[in-house]
Design a binder for this molecule. Structure first.
Ligand code: PLP
Length: 233
């Protein structure tokens, strides 16, 4: 099997999973955007995916994302930045990303806004919410429930940014359906202040069905399409 055939087969399976979960939740399969997370895989794979009809790709490390977006600039893809972000890199990410899913603190807003304004087009932003139990501290990624409103307000107030909604990763060791229910409640609360913030980015290779059930509008799928990531990361 060629790499293209392999990607086609996995992509078909993932698209079917998304469509089945959407129909089971009385939603249109087209309601859910499949973002294929291509981190650790080469630009040649991104090109094959584009040939197979993928329009949205995700990356989680700035250097790799910047290089790949440059290599694939001719493909007209939408680049989603989904990884942890340093504030001194925020403006640079805004130079190639079409959407940033991982805005988890107010401190990132200035740089993202500056980068977006320099580029001359609005940048779609999602606030990343932590679904870890309160007090889990250290390795937590995402704003705590009590911080979401402040981050969202800062994004909404920035001229170059568009507040689109929320993103989260289900914590290990908990039923993802329960975690995504909490996320859906946070998303509903956000929409009462920001009615246009309708995107919900949730669900990965292992839990996309539960995410679609909970209302995800964007699933971020890596290994189920590309295969296992190289072990050395
Ligand atoms: C890598 C990554 C994904 C995709 O993970 P898979 O389990 O390979 O589907 C989704 N979201 C984020 C934030 C990631 O870093």
């Amino acid at each position: 099997m060629t790499r293209s055939e392999e990607l086609r087969e996995r992509l078909t399976t993932v698209r079917e999973r998304v469509a089945r979960a959407a129909r089971a939740a009385d939603r249109a399969p087209d309601d859910v955007v499949l973002v294929v997370v291509t981190k650790f895989f080469p630009a040649s794979d991104v090109r094959l995916l584009a040939d197979l009809g993928v329009r949205d790709v995700g990356e989680n490390r700035h250097q790799e994302a910047e290089a790949k977006a440059g290599d694939c600039a001719d493909l007209g893809l939408r680049w989603h930045f989904v990884g942890g972000l340093q504030s001194n890199k925020a403006a640079a990410v805004a130079a190639y990303a079409d959407a940033v899913h991982s805005v988890d603190r107010v401190k990132l807003v200035r740089g993202l806004d500056r980068g977006a304004q320099e580029r001359g087009r609005p940048l779609d932003c999602l606030v990343q919410v932590s679904l870890d139990p309160p007090g889990s501290g250290e390795g937590r990624q995402g704003a705590g429930a009590d911080e979401v409103a402040a981050v969202a307000d800062a994004v909404a107030a920035a001229e170059g940014l568009r507040l689109r909604g929320l993103m989260a990763v289900a914590p290990l060791g908990e039923d993802p359906a329960r975690a995504f229910d909490r996320l859906a409640a946070t998303a509903a609360a956000l929409r009462s202040d920001h009615p246009a913030a309708t995107w919900l980015s949730a669900g990965m290779s292992g839990d996309l069905e539960q995410a679609v059930t909970a209302g995800a509008t964007h699933v971020r799928v890596g290994s189920a399409v590309l295969g296992p990531r190289p072990a050395n990361q």
